[in-house]
Design a protein around this ligand. Structure first.
Ligand code: MLT
Length: 251
């Protein structure tokens, strides 16, 4: 598993869990903002970025094992956790399994709901499109729904970076991640048992995990706060990093 550490090893640890179909590179702005105060850990999910999986058959449960295993490997007993989208699915399941390992939670552009039948069929379409059209075409289509139309038109270098992150993933790893998300459990019932300070963040124009899903998180997690990130689609940490970071640093 590929992981990176930034900041002072004696500072309070925070682990950043990226989304699909990206890699740890999606956290560059947050690493810069956090490293002065925290020991920041980023990593690539199994099958994505530089983390390999021999079979590419894995479940969300295994991705939670990987997260807990990474904390053990780094001898971190307790960390703050930031999960973006698929990373949020992992974070919510990790809270169900090992809540005492986490001191604080940030849930960005994510949801507790499992895939509905409609979402499962959409994943099947994604699997087919990946197979038939290839990663680059799939990535272009994905980005059209992931970022706002203003971002797509005006932030050329961000779009190029996102495309390059997507295309550096392997076909098998991307497929594995889609199957893992499709078979994940619903964590909504356990939201009311979350005891740690929680910040929910969402791009105001998020079409993948819409604002209504974040409102459910805010309503169900005791004392959670919600930050709406303006001028942003699903990729709020990259589309409006200033607003995202200011919410993050105030948590
Ligand atoms: C992500 O951003 O991690 C994924 O798009 C989430 C999903 O497809 O459910």
């Amino acid at each position: 598993m590929a992981y990176q550490e930034h900041g002072d090893v004696d500072s309070p640890p925070v682990v950043l869990i990226h989304g699909f179909p990206f890699s740890h590179k999606m956290w560059e702005h947050q690493v810069l903002a956090l490293a002065a105060r925290y020991r920041v850990i980023t990593y690539d999910l199994r099958g994505l970025g530089e983390s390999l999986d021999e079979t590419n058959h894995f479940t969300l449960e295994i991705l939670v094992d990987d997260l807990l295993g990474l904390l053990d490997h780094l001898q971190i007993r307790k960390a703050a956790m930031v999960g973006f989208s698929m990373g949020g699915y992992i974070a919510l399941r990790a809270m169900e399994r090992e809540s005492t390992r986490f001191s604080m939670l940030v849930l960005a552009d994510t949801q507790s709901a499992a895939d509905s039948d409609e979402a499962k069929l959409k994943r099947t379409k994604a699997l087919r499109s990946l197979q038939q059209a290839g990663i680059d075409v799939y990535g272009d289509e994905f980005l059209k729904s992931a970022i706002s139309s203003a971002t797509l038109e005006t932030k050329r270098s961000l779009v190029a970076n996102l495309k390059s992150m997507i295309s550096s993933n392997s076909m098998a790893g991307l497929r594995g991640a889609l199957f893992a998300m499709m078979s994940r459990t619903d964590t909504t019932q356990s939201l009311s048992s979350i005891k740690v300070p929680t910040l929910v963040v969402v791009g105001s124009e998020d079409r993948i995990t819409p604002v209504a899903q974040s409102e459910i998180l805010k309503k169900s997690i005791p004392n959670a706060r919600l930050a709406l990130i303006a001028e942003s689609g699903h990729m709020s940490n990259l589309e409006n990093p200033e607003a995202f970071n200011s919410a993050l640093l105030s948590s």
